[in-house]
Design a protein around this ligand. Structure first.
Ligand SMILES: Nc1ncnc2c1ncn2[C@@H]1O[C@H](COP(=O)(O)OP(=O)(O)O)[C@@H](O)[C@H]1O
Ligand SMILES: [Mg+2]
Length: 83
C-alpha cells in the first residue's frame, strides 16, 4: 500500500466520484489557476486496476488530500527462472 497526503486545496466532495474520468478537473482546481490536464488520476487509476489493485482518494476541500494505492504482491520467481 502506498499513501500520499498533502495539505493542499483539497477536493469538493461532489467531485470525488469523477476524479478517474479523463480530463476531469474539480472546480476549485480550475479556479485556482494551477495548470493541469485532468489525465494523471485517470491514467493511474487504469494502471493500478490493470495490476489488480485499487485507488482511494479521501479529501476535505481547503484542508488536504490523501491518495491510497493498494497493489497485490507479485509472485517471487522460482530458482530456475534465471537463464
Ligand atoms: N493533491 C490534490 N489536491 C487537490 N486536488 C487534486 C489533487 N490531485 C488531484 N486533484 C483533483 O483531481 C483532478 C484530476 O487530477 P489529475 O488527473 O492529476 O489532473 P491534473 O493534475 O492534470 O489536473 C485535478 O484537476 C484536481 O481537481
Ligand atoms: Mg495531477
Amino acid at each position: 500500500m502506498i499513501t500520499v497526503s498533502d495539505t493542499g486545496i483539497g477536493i469538493p466532495e461532489e467531485d470525488l466520484p469523477r476524479l478517474g474520468d479523463e480530463f476531469f478537473r474539480a472546480k476549485n482546481a480550475k479556479r485556482s489557476g494551477i495548470a493541469g490536464t485532468g489525465l494523471g488520476l485517470s491514467i493511474v487509476t487504469q494502471l493500478v486496476e490493470r495490476f489488480g489493485g485499487s485507488i482511494k482518494v479521501d479529501s476535505v476541500e481547503g484542508e488536504g488530500t490523501t491518495v491510497k494505492l493498494t497493489l497485490p504482491l507479485g509472485e517471487l520467481p522460482s530458482d530456475d527462472s534465471e537463464a
